[in-house]
Design a protein around this ligand. Structure first.
Ligand SMILES: Nc1nc2c(c(=O)[nH]1)N[C@H]1C(S)=C(S)[C@@H](COP(=O)(O)OP(=O)(O)OC[C@H]3O[C@@H](n4cnc5c(=O)[nH]c(N)nc54)[C@H](O)[C@@H]3O)O[C@H]1N2
Ligand SMILES: Nc1nc2c(c(=O)[nH]1)N[C@H]1C(S)=C(S)[C@@H](COP(=O)(O)OP(=O)(O)OC[C@H]3O[C@@H](n4cnc5c(=O)[nH]c(N)nc54)[C@H](O)[C@@H]3O)O[C@H]1N2
Ligand SMILES: [Mo]
Length: 782
């Protein structure tokens, strides 16, 4: 794009706006199978790491091996596939890490930050692994090498110069191990702040916010084996074929044992409709299995109306067959608020709810019928719900439905928020949380002897605003890609540029390194698959998966550089440099021994008794979960689960407005772009596409293939994402889908989920106009 020479050294925060060469292929109705295996292998070949990579693949998710760095889906407790417990996207994640390509100081000398920012995210990611600490001086144009000692000195000097510790923020992405997470949050607290925004604030914060007050724990209640023996599995707002492919094996097994699957999604995702299991020979050559018995093409944010319609229908079934549909014993013993909950249905009628949901009354009836006389239902959800403005309420409505059926806290039944990052759940358990409870802090205080701050800190959205307002001046990121993952890219970029220092602990180069504070530091670290030696001994770390199992992970690959330091040691060295002799924590001890870290965790966090022994057990161990056992520890409601009263939102759009959900392609891990295709959705070699219903395309006078610009006008500001190609797709009318991070520029920082304060990045009101070649002139240059 155009730049005037005055600000040439300031790169644009978004991807370069250029189109590739879009090819449309068949939209798939089946996920995995031969193409998936081929794709996985070709990724490893692409990274020229075939032998190194395939050898590592067989250690992935195996006992004694390492935990896949991709999603948080659990490994089977019993039999694990001898072919390896991995999926295509796990293999891609590994290929990203296992690459032997390196970024050295020489590379940064040759390439200015401005020049690097002209590359797209795909090319940036392909540059290789970071190998040594780098520093950007004030007004600099190029990163230059810095020693680890000097890097920590600079960080310490900045932290100690702040007027208050609350002028610093410490972000975490979800790959960080339990051990590193614990030391990192301990440092932030001893330093004096709870400003710990994390990727949960954009991901499943909504789930925790809904579940904690209603069932007494902010986590899911099912185990993997519950999927194998259940009656109905509902998958709502989640795309397992791409984002949790190993979940498909569990669905397949459940289905073979008689479960029915209902999929609720505006898009007919391949992974919801069918599955070829690549782990079985029959999956590779056979016909695969049909997954969803019923697909409900809900409108974006039509889910609340849909859930209420299902409840209305279940109440109707109950009237016709009293005592056979609802679980009155459960409702009487375990819940509160049933009568008030029932009353609301006098005001609802099926046709209106059907219209609001976008799903016909006939299909809704079919879904209700599937559940009416069944006792065991599991509901899984993902970002399609959590990133909606009323996401907390919708999850509470899911719970209402399950409470009616008595379908929680017993085998084969319950809630399953499918977590994203492979240790995002563990990060929270390790107290990476901007709002830790007094109970949690008391335990830390008791064990370590310092007074942790009690005031709640900033989450992601609040941190961005605080940076804009000058209240936060220092940002440290343990992993992640803060700029690209967060909303309102232009606003966030301005906020980042105001900071005195940005520090990124990273494995790979990303856009956040290029849109930085006045000074900036990049600290390269080991990844999950790398061999981690401490004092000469090959170490294990641990993670917690989506179902609350804590397991060990042991890297197998020789690190690409001798200068990489693990994240635990980075946290400890930052602490020693910053706190000096003011500290009461023996940081050197934890720096030198993960076992010592685990012993401390055991003393401070319930459920980790005998941590060092149990983490070395073959399958790890389950953390306690009372709700799973049918106990709802909700003081406020006398240890019962409350029915919650919610409302159906009004989603009326202006005549020229469309609703946009931002989502992932099959070829990315959040902001890491593995490739330029979205195979299951039939897209090849392009990311700047917008899926639209053919009727909307016709009505607006467009044609499929037209180039358009996208606009958002929240808060009276014009936000522009230029140059997208229209793709005609099976999607409800007035709904559109695009890929993030490209369209994060359209998501207002004020468009958030009620109560959880997450960006509502699946509920973005946009306008679509024919592409204007002059549009770039209107884009806010930084
Ligand atoms: N390969 C791969 N694996 C990943 C990730 C990745 O990027 N790549 N990311 C990881 C992370 S951090 C996370 S959180 C998870 C995310 O995994 P998912 O939760 O599957 O996330 P998304 O791809 O954003 O979208 C989910 C689905 O929501 C649907 N949807 C959109 N709006 C609505 C709506 O209003 N109602 C309903 N019912 N559905 C809607 C979309 O069509 C899409 O199918 O995956 C994790 N695993
Ligand atoms: N519009 C829109 N925005 C979204 C979403 C959406 O659906 N729509 N999804 C949101 C969700 S669910 C999430 S979780 C966030 C994700 O937000 P983040 O977690 O911040 O982003 P990632 O893309 O996962 O981070 C990738 C970077 O992490 C670094 N990295 C990888 N592995 C390691 C490691 O082992 N250690 C360290 N230190 N660094 C590592 C690499 O440098 C890589 O560039 O994005 C959110 N943003
Ligand atoms: Mo996530």
């Amino acid at each position: 794009m155009e730049k005037d020479s005055n600000n040439k050294h300031l790169p644009d925060p978004e991807n370069p706006y250029k189109l590739l060469d879009l090819k449309l292929t068949k939209v798939e109705k089946w996920a995995a199978g031969v193409p998936a295996v081929m794709a996985a292998v070709s990724d490893l070949i692409g990274e020229k790491t075939l032998i190194r990579g395939t050898r590592a693949l067989f250690k992935m998710n195996q006992v004694g091996g390492f935990d896949c760095p991709s999603c948080a889906w659990p490994d089977p407790d019993d039999e694990r596939s001898p072919l390896g417990e991995y999926c295509e996207n796990g293999a891609k994640a590994l290929a990203e890490e296992a690459t032997t390509k390196k970024i050295t100081a020489e590379f940064f000398k040759e390439n200015s930050v401005y020049d690097l920012a002209q590359l797209d995210d795909y090319s940036i990611g392909k540059m290789g692994r970071l190998t040594e600490p780098m520093y950007m001086p004030q007004n600099g144009t190029h990163y230059q090498p810095i020693s680890w000692d000097d890097a920590f000195k600079k960080i310490a000097a900045h932290l100690n110069a702040l007027a208050t510790p609350d002028e610093a923020a410490f972000y975490t992405s979800g790959r960080t191990s339990n051990e590193a997470s614990f030391m990192y949050q301990l440092f932030a607290k001893e330093y004096g702040t709870n400003n710990m925004p994390d990727c949960s604030n954009m991901c499943h914060e909504t789930s925790g916010t809904a579940l904690r007050p209603t069932i007494g724990i902010g986590k899911g209640t099912v185990k993997l084996e519950d999927f194998y023996d259940t009656d109905v599995i509902i998958i709502i707002g989640q795309n397992p074929g791409t984002n949790a492919p190993r979940m498909m094996s569990a669905l397949e097994k459940g289905k073979k044992n008689g479960a029915k699957i209902i999929a609720i999604n505006p898009l007919p995702e391949a992974g919801l409709l069918g599955f070829h299991n690549p782990q079985q020979i029959s999956g590779i050559i056979g016909n695969g299995i049909k997954l969803a018995d019923l697909y409900l093409p809900v409108k974006i944010n039509g889910d609340m109306a849909l859930l209420k319609a299902l409840e209305l229908l279940l109440l109707d079934f109950e009237k016709k067959s009293p005592g056979e549909v609802l679980d009155h014993a459960f409702i009487g013993e375990k819940t509160t608020g049933y009568e008030v909950f029932l009353k609301q249905f006098e005001a609802y009628n099926l046709e209106e709810l059907a219209t609001a949901s976008g799903v016909s009354a006939a299909l809704l009836y079919e879904a209700a019928q599937m559940m009416a006389f069944k006792k065991r239902i599991i509901v899984c959800w993902g970002m399609g719900l959590t990133q909606q403005p009323n996401g907390v309420d919708m999850i509470k409505e899911i719970l209402n439905l399950l409470l009616l059926k008595g379908s929680i806290g017993k085998p084969g039944a319950g809630v399953c928020p499918v977590r994203g990052h492979s240790n995002v759940q563990g990060n929270r358990t390790m107290l990476i949380d901007e709002k830790p409870t007094d109970e949690q802090l008391d335990r830390l205080q008791h064990f370590f002897g310092f007074n942790p701050p009690r005031k709640h800190g900033y989450d992601v959205v609040r941190a961005i605003k605080a940076m804009q307002e000058g209240k936060v001046k220092f940002l440290f990121c343990m992993g992640g890609n803060f700029l690209s993952a967060t909303p309102d890219t232009t606003y966030t970029a301005q906020a980042l540029r105001k900071l005195n220092l940005t520090v990124f602990v990273s494995t790979k180069l990303n856009r956040s390194h290029l849109i930085h504070g006045k000074e900036a530091i990049i600290l390269p670290t080991l990844s999950r698959s790398d061999i981690d030696r401490v004092n000469g001994t090959h170490q294990i770390v641990s993670t917690e998966n989506s179902m609350g199992v804590v397991q060990s992970s042991k890297g197998v690959l020789k690190p690409v550089s001798d200068h990489l330091i693990n994240e635990t040691q980075i946290a400890c060295r930052m602490a020693m440099a910053t706190l000096g002799n003011k500290t009461v924590v023996n940081w050197q001890l934890y720096h030198d021994s993960y076992d010592a870290v685990r012993d401390a965790i055991e003393k401070c966090i319930p459920g980790f008794e005998n941590y060092n022994v149990r983490v070395r057990q073959k399958d790890g161990f389950y953390l306690p979960n009372a709700a799973r056992d049918g106990q709802f520890l909700t003081k406020q409601f006398g240890d019962r689960a409350p029915f919650t009263l919610t409302t159906v939102p009004d989603n009326t759009l202006a005549p020229d407005e469309y609703m946009m959900a931002t989502t992932r392609t099959h070829d990315q891990f959040n902001t890491t772009i593995y490739g330029l295709d979205d195979r299951y959705r039939g897209i090849k070699n392009e990311r700047r596409v917008i899926f639209m219903n053919q009727k909307d395309i016709d009505l607006a006078g467009f044609k499929a293939g037209d180039k358009v610009d996208l606009f958002n006008y929240d808060d009276g500001i014009e936000r522009i994402a230029p140059l997208f190609i229209i793709v005609a797709y099976q999607i409800p009318e007035r709904n559109t889908v695009t890929y993030f991070p490209e369209t994060n520029v359209l998501v207002s920082v004020n468009n958030v989920v009620k109560e959880s304060n997450m960006p509502a990045s699946k509920y973005v009101k946009i306008r679509i106009k024919k592409h204007d070649p002059e549009i770039y002139k209107r884009i806010n240059q930084l």
